[in-house]
Design a protein around this ligand. Sequence first.
Ligand code: SF4
Length: 182
Amino acid sequence: MHACCAPCSSYVLEYLSRYFDITLFFYNPNMDSREEYDKRRAELERLVASMGLDIKVLAPDYDPKEFYETVRGHEKDPERGERCGLCFGLRLRRTAELAREARDRGEPYDYICTTLSISPLKDAALLNLIGQEEASRLGEHFLSSDFKKREGYKRSIELSEKYGLYRQDYCGCVFSKVDRGA
Ligand code: SF4
């Protein structure tokens, strides 16, 4: 499961860990700085430990180059615009690739998924469409979701408070940070 941050992962982990053995993939080259990247990754690892879950967190080193190349020409798009679709595509493509690599090693995952649909600012239909495309291209299966529904977002706020999680006030990229500041 692609994980964007600890608050978004909280409810999704609580819910899905009843049904699945999960591996988390913290792949977010869209972060505006290494400091923010490290902070969100550390919070995710702390959350998993605090919830007592036996879940591996895979986290590549921070490398924003791919993100800036992917969204070139869309720097001024508003949040929820085309830039976000490209950003989702990058993160879900890499998640599908990771699953494919595991399948080729003989350790397949049943599904790939993302925590991103829990955010009220994220278009779940678009995320699901992109996820399905990226997964099926590599022979993987995408678990469609809209985790914000059925009080999922509300529960993520409760869990964030319970575990004292860092809740950032911008999506992650430098463009969203500037917008939030404005
Ligand atoms: S606003 Fe969020 S989803 Fe959109 S490009 Fe920036 S980091 Fe990605």
